[in-house]
Ligand binder design. Structure first.
Ligand SMILES: [Fe+2]
Ligand SMILES: [Fe+2]
Length: 310
């Protein structure tokens, strides 16, 4: 059987493609692009909330937030490792990120103005990430799918800690309730943009679906997120900032208003409120960490030498 046929049959039978299997170059390139973008998002995504670690209002909140931000670093590490199984070079990917040559999720270019943002990010941003990522646990590329299983478990903790924080704030003072509503107003639309451009304009969706890398289209996932989130907003007692949001019994889904795609394009192309700051921080952290990487590499080389000698 030729290699292409074997690959096609593996996909068709819903089996996994593994690193040593033959795969079309375009399949490999698509995965490297997707996984790198995902890894970068996890790492850059540490910044908006990391901003509040030193100002968390209690020891308990600080411990939760620290654990969450650390998880995101871990997600980045699993994903860079998954990209390496495809032959990508991790240093190269990181260089591309800090040179602004590779994308990360547009959502992390918005500022976190109050502590309520920590709760709303957990609820909406991690909630949207879960919608996106649960189907990726069945992605056709084995290492990516397996990384996603653990990531999704942790994302679900992220979503809950956010929602629990908001519940607590909503039971607090009038001022706290105002903070939650204000953060919801600012994060709702950018969260909907996390699912990417509408299907009609999505360059990669069709092929990624045929390869079973992706299992649902951007618009399907976005709808699922809206349907899931509206009842949560009601339980919380906040208003989602969309006057057109209403239940459509005929469709069995919530209708919602038009997303500002011009804003999405502006932010994704580098001109959002915090893009420059996010990349500058990442670059500085990378430079400051150079000695750690050098020391770790020297240590590993010494150990390898000793093993050979022994
Ligand atoms: Fe994550
Ligand atoms: Fe998360």
């Amino acid at each position: 059987m030729n290699l292409q046929t074997h690959f096609d049959r593996t996909i068709e039978k819903d089996q996994r493609i593994e690193p040593r299997d033959w795969m079309p170059d375009a399949y490999r390139a698509t995965l490297v692009r997707m996984i790198a973008q995902h890894a970068h998002s996890e790492i850059i995504g540490m910044q908006p909330e990391g901003n509040w670690i030193t100002r968390a209002p209690s020891l308990r909140r600080k411990a939760i937030l620290l654990a969450k931000v650390q998880d995101e670093a871990g997600h980045g590490l699993y994903l860079y490792s998954a990209a390496e199984t495809l032959g990508a070079d991790r240093d190269e990917l990181v260089e591309k990120l800090i040179a602004g040559k590779q994308k990360y999720s547009s959502i992390f270019n918005y500022p976190t103005l109050t502590f309520a943002d920590v709760g709303v990010i957990g609820w909406l941003v991690d909630g949207a990430a879960i919608c996106n990522q649960v189907p990726l646990c069945r992605s056709s590329y084995g290492p990516y799918a397996r990384a996603m299983i653990r990531i999704c478990k942790e994302e679900s903790f992220h979503q809950r800690q956010g929602y629990e924080l908001l519940m607590t704030m909503m039971k607090g003072t009038e001022e706290q309730r105002r903070m939650v509503q204000d953060a919801t107003n600012r994060w709702w639309w950018p969260s909907l943009m996390m699912f990417g451009p509408p299907d009609a304009e999505s360059a990669h969706t069709e092929r990624s679906m045929a390869w079973k890398i992706k299992r649902h289209t951007n618009d399907e996932l976005r709808q699922k997120f809206v349907d899931m989130t509206v009842p949560q907003a009601e339980a919380l007692g906040v208003t989602l900032p969309d006057p057109q949001l209403r239940w459509n019994a005929e469709r069995g889904h919530y209708d919602f208003g038009e997303i500002d795609w011009a804003e999405f394009k502006r932010v994704i192309s580098g001109n959002g409120p915090c893009n420059a700051q996010r990349l500058a921080r990442r670059r500085a952290a990378h430079d400051n960490g150079a000695w750690v990487r050098e020391a770790a590499a020297a240590h590993a080389a010494k150990r390898a030498e000793r093993t050979v000698a022994a």
